[in-house]
Design a protein around this ligand. Structure first.
Ligand code: KIV
Length: 298
């Protein structure tokens, strides 16, 4: 029997994931995976792990840039991070989050700004928050050839209207409105919806009533896929962690340990060692000392 490994081409470009692939996953009942990503090395790691989609979320305002909320994030800040992610990810579907006031003023502005995410940011699609009130803008963006993901439930750009980061859709009235919004966004042409911080039963009901995939965050297992903010799940951002986050690591703790080790290594002269240092040939060194001594005697 041959011991030669099957041919694999390490430089082969992995197959690019598309909005159709997400739809097919829903139809087959296979869970969709999405995580946020804001930089090149994280995009490389997410892509290598085989994630379906990377969301360059405006959550970067809080977890990367240290803002109080997402309201002050600008399009240029978003595009800067989108480009870094696009350089790292070759296979995952890339979705750029349209920041506050980049799509609310008019459908025309929404189309122009959505276009920047594809032209300048290297994204495949955009996401925006809101329900039936956004349907016109969603239609206009899609008419321009740009796929749109919707976002219902706890929509952080409406934090002032919502009175804080609270779960949504917990009454009959608000749950019914959310279902209507989901149907309106599906009808407007969204390829998928994020459902954030809503009751599990409501998320499951919405997921069954619409044909496009739902991606839940704090919305239970009945969604067609799941998303988390990568800095929350890694324990990289620890100012606060929402209840719905599963923390897979404690990177802040680990960074604190590593930085402390570096400080004591340097203070106690354990770093750098010879293996971290650059050498010079002995004859060059001797020649340098000789020349310096000559210069001094002149
Ligand atoms: O901005 C973001 O990261 C998001 C996710 C929480 C879905 O919108």
């Amino acid at each position: 029997m041959s011991t030669i490994a099957p041919f694999t081409n390490p430089t082969a470009v992995p197959r690019k994931k598309t909005i159709q692939n997400l739809r097919q996953k829903k139809e087959r009942g296979e869970p969709i995976t999405m995580l946020t990503g804001y930089d090149y090395p994280t995009a490389l790691a997410l892509d290598r792990a085989g994630i379906d989609a990377i969301l360059v979320g405006d959550s970067l305002g809080m977890v990367v840039l240290g803002y109080e909320n997402t309201l002050s994030v600008t399009i240029d800040e978003m595009l800067h991070h989108c480009r870094a992610v696009a350089r790292g990810a070759r296979s995952a579907l890339l979705i750029g989050d349209m920041p506050f006031m980049s799509y609310q003023v008019s459908a025309e502005e929404a189309v122009r700004n959505a276009g920047r995410f594809l032209k300048e940011g290297g994204m495949d699609a955009v996401k925006l928050e809101g329900g039936s009130d956004r349907a016109n803008s969603v239609r206009a963006i899609i008419r321009a050839g740009i796929p749109v993901m919707g976002h219902l439930g706890l929509t952080p750009q409406s934090v002032q209207m919502l009175g804080g980061f609270h779960p949504q859709g917990r009454t009959t009235e608000t749950a019914k409105l959310m279902l209507e919004d989901a149907l309106a966004l599906e009808e407007a042409g969204c390829f998928s919806l994020v459902l954030e911080s809503i009751p599990t039963r409501l998320a499951e009901l919405i997921s069954k009533r619409i044909s496009i995939p739902t991606i839940g965050i704090g919305a239970g297992p009945g969604c067609d896929g799941q998303v988390l903010v990568v800095h929350d799940m890694l324990g990289f951002f620890d100012r606060f962690t929402p209840k719905f986050v599963k923390k897979y690591a404690d990177l802040q703790g680990e960074m604190g340990r590593v930085f402390g080790e570096f400080i004591s290594d340097v203070t106690e002269r354990r770093f750098p060692m010879q293996e971290h240092s650059v050498e010079m040939p002995d004859e060059e060194w001797e020649s340098l000392l000789g020349e310096l001594a000559e210069d001094e005697n002149k």
